[in-house]
Design a protein around this ligand. Sequence first.
Ligand code: ADP
Length: 257
Amino acid sequence: MAEVLRIENLSFAYDNGTLALANLSLRVKEGETVAFIGPNGAGKTTLFLYILGLLHRTPREVTVMGQTLSSPQAVEAVRGQVGLVFQNPEDQLFCTTVFDDVAFGPINQGLSAAEVKERVAEALAAVGLEGFEHRVPHHLSGGEQRRVALATIYAMHPRIVLLDEPTSNLDPRGKQEVTRLLKQFPGTQLIATHDYELVLTVADRVVLLNQGRIIANGPPLEILANETLLKANGLEMPLVMRYFLALKSQAVADGCP
Ligand code: ADP
């Protein structure tokens, strides 16, 4: 599979001197879903903003689809190919209708009115909100708002979607709906999350960050079952994992393979 993102030896400090990313290197293949876990302040959000060229206008350490973002032209060229779904949908939805919010990206991409309409319908169908074009975004439920926020990004046909805490503040049904959508999404996804059920359901790989460094990078079941590793990095083993491991050891004790 083709490599869509490469980061080489990235370090970044904010103006106040806080080192948010330290010597970070990462490769992501087309179609992969990678979950970023870590305690608050680990650097997950900073990493996403950096990939988008929002913290450094010409990030030489970031290569998207073979193009190193070392010039403003290169950053411009990959904008629209990488979309960020904000943690809070209210930061993403600022129009008076769902149509206008979802159309905003495609209009800025210079598409014709007919193409924009098609993109909006297709993106709303992808998130299960057909016919919501004329609804008022801030009158929708939390789960619906999150799905419209996803549609605003899907409508731009990005090659990579970055998602910051996509299931935070949702009720169990809203969480399930968003998890199902992310599971179905065929493209490349980078997800910053504390939701381990989401990680276990959708991620191909987990990257554990702490203090701006990659501490572990591997299969979700391996990393989320490593209690020593999690505790050493300010995290707890998820309950669902404890349950799974208890069942497994019981099965072994009972003589199952
Ligand atoms: P996470 O998303 O994993 O919670 P962040 O990327 O938000 O982590 O933060 C990484 C580090 O950078 C933290 O120490 C945080 O306090 C610091 N930080 C984040 N944003 C800023 C900012 N605008 N100015 C200064 N320091 C910041």
